[in-house]
Design a protein around this ligand. Structure first.
Ligand code: SF4
Length: 394
């Protein structure tokens, strides 16, 4: 990966004048929604109240039709329907694994597809969402890494993944039902799907702000985990502007091995990454950083690796997630033997770190960690075409 890989542009500013065609309200921040309503003719002095009302219909009740917004006048609902839409990604396929894991293939603007995975557990339900079509990076153990970056997802396409999963899980309250009455089946979000979230910072930030908003989907920031492969300059910013939990795709204990597994390491080597993590503003014993460590046979799974790992992260409130490698067609690695994984976990645990071994989920439907890839390949598309697709108006 070239050292000067550009960090992406901000694509979600709303111009004063509405662009041609209906504007999708999903993904607009509260200010963006207010601006759009005013640009669409809502009197400025009513805009704040209308924003609050429409926000609740969309994100608290899951309404997609303005006509159902019964606390707005019929005339105003008709006006809204003329100028705006409430659009979420289209579910192209839905697979359910024998272990209950669900994988959705969803289609977004331009016909691109991304994968979303829902993992039900005793005490929680986790949705693994994507932030890019393909990925900017090429981690060699990751199936997504073999798919070139096609484009960043918009904030609407990111939060839309949560909304389509809530549709499928029947999580929206019925008319007359209180928003908190239904048990939460989708309680946690991990930005561990396709793409490097910190290379699509603004859209990920806006989407997570929407997901955390208490008058909508209302997910606690402590139940949202953003996983980065190590985009050092954006790590502190993530704490300040998003404030969710942080995970890092660590996977190796020497630069020599990490350069191969996580090529961004050539840009920000282990020492620099650890400095940034030590300075992570939200760091505390109750808010530990998760170090993700894929277990690859004879690559990074020795006792020496385990001892080096605990030495490297000393002083950082951390937990280590050991991920048995999930093979994919053509993968250049094998999963470590189970006894090796347990021996590794034992060394880490004895050093005082929680070292849960992640149970592979959804393997039968290729939904396990590192197995996601969509058929969308990068067609020759100009910036203008991509801008038109995402409604960013070049
Ligand atoms: S691990 Fe993450 S950053 Fe690396 S290629 Fe896969 S999706 Fe991209």
């Amino acid at each position: 990966m070239a050292a000067d890989t550009p960090i992406t542009q901000d694509v979600m500013t709303i111009p004063r004048k509405l662009p041609e065609g209906p504007v999708n309200l999903v993904g607009l921040t509260r200010d963006g929604l207010r601006d759009a309503l005013i640009a669409g003719g809502t009197p400025e002095k009513q805009a704040k109240m209308r924003t609050g009302q429409i926000w609740q219909w969309i994100y608290q009740r899951g309404v997609r039709d303005f006509d159902a917004m019964t606390n707005l006048s019929k005339a105003y609902r008709a006006e809204l329907a003329e100028r705006f839409v409430i659009q979420v990604p289209e579910v192209v396929s839905r697979q359910v694994s024998a272990d209950g894991t669900r994988k959705y293939l969803v289609r977004i603007a331009g016909g691109h597809e991304v994968e979303v995975v829902y993992i039900p557990e005793e005490d929680r339900g986790t949705l693994c969402i994507s932030s890019q079509v393909g990925c900017t990076l090429t981690c060699s153990f990751c199936h997504t890494g073999t798919q070139k970056l096609v484009r960043n997802l918009t904030a609407g396409e990111i939060v839309g993944q949560i909304m389509v999963a809530r549709d499928d899980l029947d999580e929206w309250p019925e008319p007359g039902e209180g928003s908190g009455e239904r048990p939460r089946r989708l309680s946690n979000i991990v930005l561990m799907g396709m793409g490097e979230p910190l290379y699509n910072f603004e859209n990920v930030r806006d989407a997570m702000k929407i997901a955390m908003d208490g008058e909508g989907i209302s997910l606690s920031r402590r139940r949202i985990t953003l996983s980065t492969s190590g985009v050092v300059p954006e790590i502190a910013r993530a704490a300040e502007e998003i404030g969710c939990m942080l995970a890092v795709s660590f996977h190796a204990t020497t630069d020599e091995v990490r350069d191969k597994l996580v090529p961004i390491n050539k840009r920000w080597p282990i020492a620099e990454l650890l400095e940034a993590l030590k300075a992570y503003p939200k760091l505390s014993n109750s808010e530990r950083i998760t170090f993700e460590y894929v277990m690859l046979k004879d690559i990074n799974d020795s006792d020496a690796d385990a001892r080096r790992l605990v030495k490297l992260i000393a002083g950082i409130p951390a937990k280590i997630n050991l991920i048995p490698f999930n093979e994919w067609p053509g993968a250049p690695y094998q999963r470590s033997d189970w006894s090796r994984i347990e021996a590794f976990a034992d060394i880490v645990y004895k050093a005082g770190y929680a070292a849960p071994i992640r149970t592979p989920r959804g393997e039968d439907i290729m939904a396990a960690c590192g197995q996601l890839k969509s058929a969308t390949e990068r067609a020759r598309k100009s910036r203008a075409q991509i801008a038109a697709e995402t409604g960013t108006g070049a």
